[in-house]
Write a protein that binds this ligand. Sequence first.
Ligand code: BGC
Length: 528
Amino acid sequence: MHPDPHTVLPVSADWWRSAVFYQIYVRSFADGNGDGVGDLTGIRSRLSYLADLGVDALWITPFYPSPMADHGYDVADPRDVEPVFGDLAEFDALLTDAHRLGVRVTIDLVPNHSSHDHEWFQAALTAAPGSPERARYLFREGRGPDGSEPPNNWPSVFGGPAWTRVPDGQWYLHIFAPEQPDLNFANPEVVADLEETMRFWLDRGVDGFRIDVAHGMAKPEGLPDMVPMEDTGLLADHGPGDLRFDQDGVHVVHRRIRAVLDEYPGTMAVGEVWVSDDARLAQYLREDELQLAFNFKLLTADWTVSDLRDAVTDSLAAVSGSPAPACWVLSNHDRPRHVTRYGGGELGTRRAKAAALLQLALPGAAYIYNGDELGMPDVDLPDEALQDPIWERSGHTERGRDACRIPMPWSGSEPSYGFSSQADTWLPMPAGWAALTPEAQAADPASIQSLYRSALTLRASSPAFAGDGLDWVPAPDGCLAFRRPGGLVCLVNLSGAAIPLPEGQVLLASADLGDGTLPHDSAVWLQA
Ligand code: BGC
């Protein structure tokens, strides 16, 4: 028997407000059973690494039974564990161990759609049009004289139409892959089932959820055509003409989600809300809805003063009228990693170090994607290695997201660098990654991993980080600088040349300050 996970960590109503979360893409973090795919045992074996790094909480991506058409975001049973990843006992043990180390655990909730292998969808396929089984999904008659045209013009986010026809002639909606049928949130049974899933995991002791496609779920009455869009662009925000997302009815679902969370003090939810209109985004963060919503503006910003500054200003503005703090993300499993976005190679890593100090100096919560702390770049994979459904669905025109999902290197000098006991991994790992491993970086005080560790220690202990909000302060051309109420000054130098260090006691720098200057593409924290 494991100790009750609720008793280990103190209940604190708003621990998440300035928490640093660590996103674990379960397939790619650590493989405990030697099959080349990451799993719960692997995560459990690396918990002390995460505690040492100094993160407050984990977000573990879906580990539920799944045929893996979208690597777990196609959930066949939301209340069990996929055998490839482990079992419920292993999850409980992971939760207990994490709590004992003072690390909270949040997990993915995928409400918008199920897998086509879910028993509900299988029942819907064999049931008649108009049946209660079909009413849990969005089945419709087609258009055209023989119904052979999809019911509306909606495209799938992964390419092609958002509708697939079944043998009796009806069509079902899938905003993502055909293997991910959208659930019908106008059906009370669907909402009740979501609540049951939440309670199942909350009763086991999880600290909260990351809500997948949190701006999905509700669909407009009558499913009318939307403004035609050339390409959907993966998970981009397409604005008000895009009827697939951000419908007013979604807030009813969020209020139900919050009501369940409120029964479990100290638990929270963060939403993946791709909505760039500030006022509409803020609606998801009302008192009785989500506690956090990812601010994706840093994730999509270029390495320029204006982009970074706008990303920060706009993200703070977006939450300013809501009870929520901002929630910062540089990379995740859906987008190119920032080392690569910032130019790759030494320059990309140098900028990524500076970006880490920028992100971790900002007020609010922060999410680190596994491997950010190692400076992992994207990897160009050969066509035959690609696994993301986007590759097939786009007719081999979009390579998809595999490049940012390569397994983490841990030790040694050859693939799989301690990720697995075998060399072959579900996505191949490249040669030349020995220097990226924690084993190699831990002893080097100038490594990006050492920087993350120092930054997280300071962030957790220094009074300089106190207070919400920030003020922009004057900085040389090509630089940005802000001050937190507690006295922390963060200065980022994008000017292309070294600049003199301002007054103040240096707390941490992303590069060697040697001669009293801040080199290009680096950042410093000062107590001023
Ligand atoms: C996830 C993606 C996934 C999609 C469909 C997104 O929010 O982050 O990885 O493919 O939802 O579930």
